[in-house]
Design a protein around this ligand. Structure first.
Ligand code: NAG
Ligand code: NAG
Ligand code: NAG
Ligand code: NAG
Ligand code: NAG
Ligand code: NAG
Ligand code: NAG
Ligand code: NAG
Ligand code: NAG
Ligand code: NAG
Ligand code: NAG
Ligand code: CU
Length: 627
C-alpha cells in the first residue's frame, strides 16, 4: 500500500468511526400516566392505563449504543408507579431498572422520575412495563427494540413487532382484591376473558409476497403462556430474549409471559388466499375452564384484501419448539462448576391471615423499608452481609465475577416463567413435567442429572414444568441489585421473588450508580428513607428491629380447611369453627380470646378481608368448589 492509499484508508476508517459515534442518539420521551376507556377485545369497554392520554403505549426502537431518557410522570391521583425495561442489563445504571423498593422508591402521584440509561450491551427484542401492582395488565406496557443492523446475522426484508397477551374485563385492582383474599384460599388466579394480539382481536397483518419478515413476538401478558402458529407457514427462530440463535425451523412457538422470539417468515409467491395466525391458551395454567372461554383465537395474515378471511387453523398436535435445545449464535460455552449455588423450593400455601402466598424456601417476598439498592449504597462494609437487606426480602450477596448457579425445584403443580433482571443465563437442565395426580415433586439431583449442553441456551425468562426443576448459571459480572421472580403477575403479588445483591462494593465504587436527583426526590416525596438497612436503621446496620416481615404460618392442627371454613362464616362463626377444630369440645366461654392469643391471629386482617369481599358473594364459592 503506498502512502496515499494508506492515507485514504486511514481517513476512511476515521470517517467510519466518526459515523459510528455520531449515530449514537439520545431518545427523549415524556410520558404521563392516566386512565382512558377502550374496547380492546371487541366485547367490553373498560378502563386502561394510557400514555399521554392515548393507548396503546408506543413501540420504541433505538440503535445499539443510544441513550434513552424517559420522563415518567405519575398522572394518577391515587397510586404509585414505576417502569422496568425488561431484559436490559442496566450495567452501571441499576437505579433505572424499575422494581419498587428493590432499586427505586415508588413514584408517587404527581411526581416525575427520569429513567436515563444507554443501551450498550443489549440487542434485539425487549419490552417495557410498569413494575408496580399489576399495572401492566391494565395496559401500561410497550415493545422496545434495539436494532443493530450491521451485526444482525441473518437477511430479512422487513422488521415487524407483534405483541401477544391476554385480556381481562376487570381492572387489576378489582381482580387483586378478589385474588389476595381469604375468600380465595386456594390462590386460584383470575381467568382472562380473551387472548389478544397486538392489543386487539382479529389482528390483520398485511404482507407482501416473496418477502422475508423478521417477526418479533413479545408476550406482554401477565399470566398465561400461549401457543402461536401461522397456517401453512414455517418460522425460523433466530433470536430469543435478545440472544441471536442458530436458525431453528418450527411450525409452532410456545411463549410464556415476558419472553420474546424473533422468527423469520418467508411469504408465498401467490396472493390467491389469506392465512390464519393462531394463538391458543396453555389451558393447563387455568384453574378452571369457563364454558364460554375461547381457547383458540384466529387472526389474519392477509396477502389479498379482496380474498376471504380464513377459518381457524386446527392442528393435530401441539408440536412446538423446545427452547432448551436452541443454540446461541455466538456459541458461548457452558460455564463451569459454580462458585456459589442457590437452591430454592417453590411452594404455595396459606398464612395465618387466610391469604394464599407463594414461597421460595418458605419465604414470601416482603418489601423492605429502604429500597435494597439504597441499603447496598449506604451500608459501607456491611453491604456484603446479606442480613442488612432484611430476613424477608430473601437476599443473597454475590461476589464479583462468581459463577452462580440457581437450582429451582418446583414443588407446585403449575408452570411458572421465571425472570432474572440484569442478566441472561444459561439453561443447564430443564427436567420433564411430573404428573400432579400420580407423582411427587422431583427436586434436582446433582449426582444424577442429564448431560449439560455444550452451548446452553441463553435467555432472561424461562419456565419450569409442574413438580419439576431447572438449573441455570450466569457470571456475576453486572454489579447491581437484581430481582428474580415469577413473571406471572399474580404470583409476584403473592411474593414469589428473591433478590440478588451482586458485588455490592462494585456498586458503591461506580459513580454512575450513585443516586440521581430524580431517584432521591422520588423517595423524599413519599417519605421513604434512602439510607439504612431493611428496617430503616442507619446507626447499626445489623439491627433489623422493626423490619417488615411476612404473616405467620398456620400452626399444625389449624389446617387450610379452617381457612376455607372462614369463607362461609362471619367472624364469630369462624373463630367458633377454628376453636372446635383446634381445641375440640372445650369450655367455649372465653374461646375467642384463647384462639386469638395462642394463634397470634391478626383479627384486624380477618375482619378487613371479611368486609372487603362482601360485595362479591357468588365468586368465591365457585372458586372453592372448583378445586
Ligand atoms: C412533559 O410534558 C408535560 C406536559 O406537557 C410538561 O409540563 C413537562 O414540562 C414536560 N417535561 C419535559 C421534561 O419535557
Ligand atoms: C373479532 O371478531 C369477533 C368474531 O367475529 C367479534 O365478535 C369481535 O367483536 C371482533 N373483535 C374486534 C376487536 O374487532
Ligand atoms: C406509595 O408508596 C409509599 C411508599 O412505599 C407507600 O407508603 C404508599 O402507601 C404507596 N401508595 C399507594 C397508594 O399504594
Ligand atoms: C443522563 O445521564 C447522563 C450520564 O450521566 C448525563 O450526562 C445526562 O445529563 C443525563 N440526562 C439528564 C436529562 O439529566
Ligand atoms: C403490530 O402493531 C405494531 C404497532 O404497534 C405494528 O407496527 C405492527 O406492524 C403490527 N404487527 C403485526 C404483525 O400486525
Ligand atoms: C417466487 O418468485 C421468485 C421471483 O419473484 C422466484 O425467484 C422464486 O423461485 C419463486 N418461489 C417459488 C416457491 O415459486
Ligand atoms: C383449538 O385448537 C386445537 C389445536 O388446533 C384444536 O385441536 C381444538 O379443536 C381447537 N378447539 C376449538 C374449540 O376450536
Ligand atoms: C432445533 O430444536 C430442536 C428441538 O425442538 C432440537 O432438537 C434441534 O437440535 C434444534 N436444532 C438446531 C439447529 O438448533
Ligand atoms: C426442597 O424440597 C425437597 C423435596 O420436598 C426437600 O427434600 C428439601 O429439603 C427442600 N429444601 C428446602 C431448602 O426446603
Ligand atoms: C418449609 O416448611 C415445610 C412445611 O412447614 C417444612 O417441612 C420445611 O422443612 C420448611 N423448609 C424450610 C427450608 O424451612
Ligand atoms: C459492566 O460494566 C463494567 C464497567 O464498564 C465492565 O467491566 C463489565 O464487564 C460490564 N458487564 C457486562 C455484563 O457487560
Ligand atoms: Cu408463577
Amino acid at each position: 500500500m503506498n502512502s496515499v492509499s494508506r492515507w485514504i484508508a486511514l481517513t476512511y476508517s476515521t470517517l467510519v468511526l466518526t459515523a459510528t459515534l455520531v449515530r449514537a442518539e439520545t431518545h427523549v420521551f415524556n410520558w404521563t400516566t392516566g386512565w382512558g376507556t377502550y374496547n380492546v377485545d371487541g366485547t367490553k369497554e373498560r378502563p386502561v392505563i394510557t400514555c399521554n392520554g392515548e393507548w396503546p403505549w408506543p413501540d420504541v426502537t433505538v440503535n445499539k449504543g443510544d441513550r434513552v431518557e424517559v420522563y415518567l410522570n405519575n398522572g394518577f391521583d391515587d397510586r404509585n408507579t414505576s417502569l422496568h425495561f425488561h431484559g436490559l442489563f442496566q450495567n452501571g445504571t441499576n437505579q433505572m431498572d424499575g422494581p419498587n423498593m428493590v432499586v427505586q422508591c415508588p413514584i408517587g402521584p404527581g411526581d416525575t422520575f427520569l429513567y436515563n440509561f444507554t443501551v450498550e450491551d443489549n440487542v434485539g427484542t425487549y419490552w417495557y412495563h410498569s413494575h408496580t401492582a399489576g399495572q401492566y395488565q391494565d395496559g401500561m406496557r410497550g415493545t422496545f427494540v434495539v436494532q443493530d443492523k450491521d451485526d444482525f446475522p441473518y437477511d430479512y426484508d422487513e422488521d415487524v413487532v407483534l405483541q401477544l397477551g391476554e385480556w381481562y374485563h376487570d381492572v387489576t385492582d378489582v381482580l387483586h382484591h378478589q385474588f389476595l383474599s381469604v375468600y380465595n384460599p386456594t390462590g386460584a388466579e383470575p381467568i382472562p376473558q380473551n387472548l389478544i394480539m397486538n392489543n386487539t382481536r382479529n389482528n390483520t397483518w398485511h404482507v407482501q409476497p416473496d418477502t422475508t419478515y423478521l417477526l418479533r413476538l413479545v408476550n406482554t401478558g401477565g399470566f398465561v403462556s400461549q401457543y402461536f402458529w401461522i397456517e401453512d407457514h414455517e418460522m425460523e427462530v433466530v433470536e430469543v430474549d435478545g440472544v441471536y440463535t442458530d436458525r431453528n425451523t418450527t411450525n409452532m412457538i410456545y411463549i410464556t409471559t415476558a419472553q420474546r422470539y424473533s422468527v423469520l417468515v418467508h411469504t408465498k409467491n401467490s396472493t390467491d388466499r389469506n392465512y390464519a395466525v393462531m394463538q391458543k391458551f396453555d389451558d393447563t395454567m387455568l384453574d378452571k375452564l369457563p364454558a364460554d372461554l375461547q381457547l383458540n383465537t384466529t387472526n389474519y395474515m392477509v396477502y389479498n384484501a379482496d380474498a376471504e378471511l380464513p377459518d381457524e387453523d386446527v392442528v393435530d398436535e401441539l408440536d412446538f419448539l423446545d427452547d432448551f435445545y436452541l443454540v446461541p449464535y455466538n456459541k458461548v460455552e457452558a460455564l463451569g462448576d459454580p462458585d456459589y449455588r442457590i437452591t430454592v423450593n417453590v411452594s404455595m400455601d396459606n398464612l395465618i391471615n387466610g391469604i394464599n402466598y407463594a414461597f421460595f424456601n418458605n419465604l414470601t417476598y416482603v418489601v423492605p423499608k429502604v429500597p435494597t439498592l439504597m441499603t447496598a449504597l449506604s451500608a459501607g462494609e456491611d453491604a456484603v452481609n446479606a442480613e442488612v437487606y432484611g430476613s424477608n426480602t430473601h437476599s443473597y450477596v454475590l461476589g464479583k465475577d462468581e459463577i452462580v448457579e440457581i437450582v429451582l425445584n418446583n414443588l407446585d403443580s403449575g408452570t411458572h416463567p421465571f425472570h432474572l433482571h440484569g442478566h441472561v443465563f444459561q439453561t443447564m437442565v430443564r427436567d420433564v413435567a411430573y404428573d400432579a395426580d400420580t407423582d411427587v415433586p422431583h427436586p434436582y439431583q446433582e449426582d444424577d442429572h442429564p448431560a449439560f449442553p455444550e452451548y446452553p441456551m441463553l435467555r432472561d425468562t424461562i419456565y419450569v414444568r409442574p413438580q419439576s426443576n431447572f438449573v441455570i448459571r450466569f457470571k456475576a459480572d453486572n454489579p447491581g441489585v437484581w430481582f428474580f421472580h415469577c413473571h406471572i403477575e399474580w404470583h409476584l403479588t403473592q411474593g414469589l421473588a428473591f433478590v440478588l445483591i451482586e458485588d455490592p462494593q462494585g456498586i458503591q465504587e461506580r459513580s454512575s450508580q450513585q443516586l440521581t436527583e430524580s431517584s432521591i426526590n422520588a423517595c423524599k416525596s413519599l417519605g421513604v428513607p434512602f439510607e439504612g438497612n431493611a428496617a430503616g436503621n442507619t446507626d447499626d446496620y445489623m439491627n433489623l428491629k422493626g423490619e417488615n416481615v411476612q404473616e405467620k404460618f398456620i400452626p399444625s392442627g389449624f389446617t387450610a380447611k379452617g381457612i376455607v371454613a372462614m369463607t362461609f362464616s362471619c367472624l364469630a362463626a369462624v373463630l367458633g369453627l377454628v376453636a372446635i377444630a383446634v381445641y375440640g369440645l372445650m369450655d367455649l366461654s372465653n374461646i375467642e380470646e384463647k384462639v386469638i392469643n395462642e394463634l397470634d391471629l391478626d383479627v384486624d386482617q380477618v375482619v378487613a378481608a371479611d368486609s372487603n369481599t362482601e360485595d362479591n358473594e357468588s365468586e368465591p364459592k365457585r372458586r372453592i368448589n372448583s378445586d
